[in-house]
Design a protein around this ligand. Structure first.
Ligand SMILES: Cc1cc2nc3c(=O)[nH]c(=O)nc-3n(C[C@H](O)[C@H](O)[C@H](O)COP(=O)(O)OP(=O)(O)OC[C@H]3O[C@@H](n4cnc5c(N)ncnc54)[C@H](O)[C@@H]3O)c2cc1C
Ligand code: SF4
Length: 329
């Protein structure tokens, strides 16, 4: 297919171009997801807006903020996120999520902004010949087809899981994103950034036409916070999560005072495991039984015929994360 490539040098030009013809004009960062969508016919843009020549906005790099947090420009590569010393030591779950996703080639080229805005991996959505509901068709092929990799909660006509590992870690760590448009900037808590098919079948986040994600901000972690990211997958490299978990805990005087537990691979958006969080909050570390913490990690599972395995997998992964962070068996 043919398309036009624009290379704006300012953020304002990029946002104006994107607002021009919603849907037909899309941003491109590293291209590791978008170009395969174009190749497969899943995306048919008339114009790509390259972000890498924008010079008037801090789109690349990781900087410390005055309050002790971090700001990560949207064009920062996944590899740079994984290697950053401050992220490895203070936001470990994010470093682990970024360092373990995809392959070295994808991590070197792919950006954090592209990772968070990548499109779903459902086989039917990605197949050139199956125009499913999410591509404007009239049916979900997964319901009677292969649902092994799809969601076990939160599905509504469409049963995707959000593919981003970084999204799961960032949700557990309480991150927010900066969204820019011709009208200025807005900040969105990452927990509110992703939307499921119950809200909109055709998109996976709150970005409006003409808007770009320009940065991710991580708050300064609470004193004593520890975090971890665990991912179950079929192959050790280049594979998306069957199920993943990001857990951040704060222990004060032998008691869990804060708990944030978020699952990936189980829902169309990162899924907060509230039952696990409630079990942990206020409990003395000596009284924590990891298997009990993870037992009802997914509150109301509704698996498809071939993906019920994800429910115990989520419980086990949540239990392992808790055991590892608290050093309890
Ligand atoms: C073999 C393989 C294995 C993979 N495994 C994993 C995995 O295990 N876990 C995982 O999380 N990911 C995985 N991925 C996905 C990979 O992480 C993404 O392809 C990559 O992060 C996308 O970044 P990019 O900069 O190349 O985005 P692009 O391909 O340039 O863009 C992706 C999408 O985001 C939009 N976009 C890009 N930047 C912005 C922005 N700043 N604001 C708004 N929209 C934007 C684009 O329009 C496009 O729709 C895998 C990919 C491959 C090819
Ligand atoms: S799960 Fe969603 S993306 Fe997959 S076939 Fe069904 S409607 Fe399409």
């Amino acid at each position: 297919m043919t398309f036009q490539l624009l290379q704006p040098s300012t953020l304002a030009e990029a946002c104006a171009a994107l607002a021009d013809a919603p849907g037909g004009v899309v941003p491109i960062a590293g291209g590791t997801d978008l170009l395969s969508e174009i190749r497969d016919g899943t995306a048919t843009p008339s114009t790509l807006v390259a972000l890498d020549a924008i010079a008037d906005a801090d789109l690349t790099g990781i900087t410390e903020t005055p309050d002790g947090g971090l700001r990560i420009g949207a064009l920062t590569t996944i590899a740079d996120v994984a290697a950053h010393e401050g992220i490895r030591s203070r936001h470990t779950a994010l470093a682990q999520a970024a360092g373990g996703l995809a392959t070295p080639q994808v991590r070197n080229l792919g950006t954090l902004g592209g990772n968070l805005n990548q499109r779903p991996r459902c086989w039917y959505y990605r197949h050139p010949l199956t125009v499913c509901l999410k591509r404007g068709g009239d049916r979900c092929y997964a319901i009677q087809g292969v649902g092994k990799y799809l969601c076990v909660t939160g599905g509504d006509r469409c049963f995707i899981v959000h593919p981003s590992d970084a999204a799961v870690a960032l949700t557990a760590l309480g991150a927010s994103v900066t969204v820019a448009s011709a009208d200025g900037e807005r900040t969105v808590a990452i927990a509110d950034y992703f939307v499921g098919p119950d809200v909109d079948l055709m998109r996976e986040n709150v970005l409006q036409p003409g808007e770009l994600l320009t940065a991710v901000s991580l708050p300064s972690p609470a004193a004593g916070q520890r975090s971890i990211y665990l991912k179950a997958r079929e192959r050790e490299s280049g594979d998306f999560a069957l199920v993943s978990v990001a857990t951040a805990l704060v222990v004060t005087d032998g008691t869990v005072t804060e708990a944030s537990v978020v699952l990936g691979g189980v829902a169309p958006v990162p899924y907060r495991a509230r039952n696990t969080e409630e079990y942990l909050r206020g409990r003395a570390v000596d009284d924590v039984v990891p298997a009990d913490a993870g037992a009802a990690a997914i509150a109301d599972p509704r698996p498809l015929p071939d993906n019920a395995y994800k429910v115990p997998m989520a419980s086990n992964l949540a239990a392992r994360a808790v055991a590892s962070l608290l050093s309890v068996a």
